[in-house]
Design a protein around this ligand. Structure first.
Ligand code: HSE
Length: 314
């Protein structure tokens, strides 16, 4: 791409996302564009990154750039591109921390998308993905892409590879909606990852790979029965469900209200379901009711599975 006169300041919106989508641990996710983070980036003469403000639903984030997902992502960008100028960041959090809705990923993605608008020669999305991944690792302790990639690209996204990621936006049958419910409690991603066993039974491996293949092929071929039959995580969900009060009841209620499937959103505690559009309000109400029965207030959203991903908004 050729050099251009770049602006001094830009603001980007990056949506929330649901990681794993039950059967694609660390590799599959979809964007939830009803909420997200806004990140403003300004150029400054001195190299390095400074954070001037963190506002919104998670104002307690680290202001030291190395310890902040957005700050670390921009440091990775600076280092890779040998930039001679620096960045000042302002972060407006719309996604609660520890919700399982990809909040750390959204801040990192918003930062690199806004900073990219300030570069004389902008980077492509795959390069931005790698910078954002460095930021995400600060929060969760590992480089995983299942929130970063959908927040950046939008819709249902499969990512293959870490150092040289390949990204595929997967079409979802038009009538399907995502229902996402966030019970008001905090669950640290690092904790929800630390409890996971390092080994998998051979029979579970067979079921999980069958379900992932069935799910993806069902999406490509508009096969709702295949999606429904494949919507079961036999590896991660059984280990994590005890961290979420009412998990089984919420899932059962969603399925009884007509959902194709229901599982944990990312590391939790948020949960999500896929359902056909007419039953989406009933599925949302059923899931929230079960959380309320456990004295957990919640927020919920019904969204399409074809979002635009992160974008510059000002
Ligand atoms: N795939 C990640 C996990 C998402 O489930 O731990 C959380 O960021």
């Amino acid at each position: 791409m050729s050099a251009r006169a770049a602006p001094e300041r830009a603001t980007a919106f990056a949506p929330a996302s649901v990681g794993n989508v039950a059967i694609g641990f660390d590799i599959l996710g979809f964007s939830v564009e009803a909420l997200g983070d806004r990140v403003s980036v300004s150029r400054r003469a001195a190299p390095g990154v400074a954070i001037s403000a963190v506002r919104g639903v998670a104002g307690e984030l680290p202001q030291e750039p190395r310890d902040n997902t957005a700050g670390r992502a921009l440091l990775a960008m600076q280092e890779a591109l040998h930039l001679e100028f620096g960045f000042v960041l302002e972060i407006d959090k719309g996604i609660p921390l520890g919700s399982g809705l990809g909040g750390s990923a959204a801040s990192a993605v918003g930062a690199v998308v806004a900073a990219n608008a300030l570069l004389p020669t902008p980077c492509g999305k795959l390069e931005l993905l790698k910078f954002a991944m460095a930021g995400e690792a600060v929060a969760s302790g590992s480089r995983h892409v299942d929130n970063i990639a959908p927040a950046l690209f939008g819709g249902l996204v499969l990512t293959v590879g870490i150092d040289e990621p390949r990204v595929k936006q997967i079409p979802v049958p038009a009538a399907v909606r995502a229902v996402t419910v966030h019970p008001h409690m905090f669950l640290a991603t690092a904790k929800a990852r630390a409890i996971l066993s390092r080994s998998v039974e051979l029979s579970d491996f067979v079921w999980q790979t069958a379900h992932l293949a069935g799910f993806i092929s069902g999406c490509y071929t508009d096969d709702l029965d295949m999606i429904r039959a494949s919507f079961e995580d036999v590896v991660i969900e059984p280990q994590r469900q005890a961290l979420i009060p009412g998990f089984q009841e919420v899932r059962r209620a969603a399925l009884a209200a007509g959902a194709l499937g229901c599982s944990i959103s990312g590391a939790g505690p948020a949960m999500f379901a896929w359902t056909l559009e007419p039953s989406a309000p009933a599925v949302l109400a059923a899931m929230r009711r079960e959380f309320a029965a456990r004295e957990l207030a919640s927020d919920g959203w019904i969204t399409e599975l074809r979002g635009a991903g992160a974008r510059v908004i000002g």
